[in-house]
Structure formats: C-alpha cells, structure tokens
Design a protein around this ligand. Structure first.
Ligand SMILES: C[S@@+](CC[C@H](N)C(=O)[O-])C[C@H]1O[C@@H](n2cnc3c(N)ncnc32)[C@H](O)[C@@H]1O
Length: 264
C-alpha cells in the first residue's frame, strides 16, 4: 500500500463515488472564476481531472497538476484530453505569468504551507489573472458523527487529531469565509469574493460507505487496521447505518468558493 497521506490507493474509489457529484461544484467554481473562453488555466490538485474537464469543456486550455500519481493515472484514463503533470503546489514547474487563471477544488486545506503555495500560484499567474478555490464549509453532520463514533471505537481519539492535521492541516481554517478571504488578501490578491453553495447528493448506502475511505481519517484508519480490520469496521458501519438511516442517504453539503484577481 502507498503512504496513507496520499490519495494514491483511493483514486479508483474517488472517481467511482465522488467524481460525478463533485462535478457540480466544479461547474459553480468555473462560473465564479469567470475567465475568458480560451484562457490558459492551471488546475492545482486536479485529482482525477473533474474540474479540469469542466474548464476544458468551457473552451479553456487547461493543464492539471497533482502530487498523487494514482489520481493522475485515473485522470489520464478518464479524461485523456486534459494534460496532467505530477507536481507539488509549492513547486510548480511553470514559468512566471504562464496562466490566465489558477483554480483548485478541495485542495487548499491540504497545503502544508498555504502561504508558500499561494506565493507560487501567484508567480505562475499573469497580472490581472484570476484564481478560484473551493473548500468544505460545513461541520460534522449526523452521518459523519455516526462514522466518527464507529472509528473512535477502534482507534483512540488522541491518534486521530494528529493524523487529520498531517493530511488536511487547514480543514478547519478554510471552513470560514473570513479566514479564506484573509488568506487571499494577505497573499496580495484583489477583488476577493467568497460564496457558500449548498449541494444535495444522494448515495446508496454501500456507495456512501465506500466513499468514506477516501477522506484523511478513512485512509489513516484503513492503513492502521489493515484490510481485514477495515472490512470488519465497514460491516459494523453498514449495520449501524442501516439501523439509523433510510437507504439511500441524502447528504447535504456546503462549500465555499473563493475568487480573486492578481493585481496588474
Ligand atoms: C479532495 S482531492 C480534489 C480533487 C479534484 N480537485 C476534485 O475536485 O475532484 C484533493 C487533491 O489534491 C491533491 N493535493 C493535495 N495536496 C497537494 C499539493 N500540495 N500539491 C499538489 N496536489 C495536492 C491530492 O493528491 C488530491 O488529488
């Protein structure tokens, strides 16, 4: 197995469970980004290429980058027309002013060094260029609470917080519109704007449970328990969810989309 901090081992599940749903967020993000039709766009943390594809369909010339080779492998297979490159957001392999827009969906909370990453993103963006980033805005809902309780019955809580801090260190910070806006203003952007979007996604129970393994805590716990331990946790989760909630599950989520412009 790969390092649990990466998305390498969950790429297929990500694509199967989440890609089509997160495409809705991608469309709102591209609308808000409001770049010209033939803009040169960089999608940071492109994953399996969901947002890059939507941007490309809008007429942009898009390149995706991601640190996870597993995610990029799926992106190349599923969205072969979008070029993707393995790279880290703090060390982008592009010259200054190379892009008209830089976008990134559900990635900013992952950056260990947010300020350094935003600095490098600013470098590859031309003056007057646009950025658009998204992050989860909501707290823990009933489904997530149930899952959390199941997890805490097998892994001590003290072990979970550091794991989360390692894989998605800024998850809490970027749940706040104000904090998001401040981060972009501090990075030198202008016309900073945030909006909260609400989504309702319906998941058959088994698909929802499969999808839980892609998040940082799921990856960490699966790595800790090994495949058979994970399978028995999933069985217990299935029984608990069946008792508590009708199948399919209706997941209500809130997402912040932030846009801004680099001064000319
Ligand atoms: C939640 S996924 C989002 C994927 C895609 N943007 C989407 O909306 O479907 C986060 C992605 O960001 C990537 N990622 C996290 N930190 C990164 C970094 N510092 N540099 C490049 N990619 C990163 C992960 O490998 C993962 O593919």
């Amino acid at each position: 197995m790969s390092d649990w901090r990466t998305y390498d081992d969950v790429a297929e599940t990500y694509e199967r469970v989440h890609a089509s749903r997160f495409e809705e967020v991608a469309r709102d993000l591209i609308d808000m980004a409001a770049f010209a039709e033939n803009a040169r766009v960089l999608d940071v943390g492109t994953g399996t290429g969901v947002v890059a594809q939507v941007a490309s369909d809008s007429g942009a010339a898009v390149t995706g980058i991601d640190e996870s080779v597993g995610m990029l492998r799926v992106a190349r297979r599923e969205r072969p027309k979008v070029p993707v490159v393995a790279a880290q957001a703090i060390d982008l392999p592009f010259g200054p002013g190379r892009f008209d827009a830089v976008i990134g969906s559900f990635v900013i909370a992952h950056f260990n060094k947010v300020e350094t990453a935003l600095f490098d993103i600013t470098r590859v963006l031309r003056g007057g260029g646009r950025i658009a980033f998204s992050s989860w805005a909501d707290g823990v809902d009933a489904y997530q609470q149930t899952w959390r309780e199941l997890i805490e019955s097998v892994v001590p809580r003290e072990m979970l917080a550091p794991a989360y801090a390692e894989a998605a260190p800024w998850h809490e910070r970027f749940r706040s519109r104000t904090a998001f806006e401040e981060a972009l203003i501090d990075a030198g952007f202008r016309h900073v704007r945030t909006e909260v979007f609400k989504y309702q996604w319906t998941y058959p129970l088994d698909e929802y449970l499969d999808g839980l393994q892609i998040w940082a805590i799921g990856r960490f716990v699966r790595d800790m328990l090994g495949e058979s331990g994970w399978a028995s946790l999933r069985e217990r989760a299935r029984a608990t969810f069946t008792e508590l909630y009708p199948d399919p599950l209706n997941d209500f989520r809130e997402v912040i989309i932030a846009t801004a412009t680099k001064p000319s």
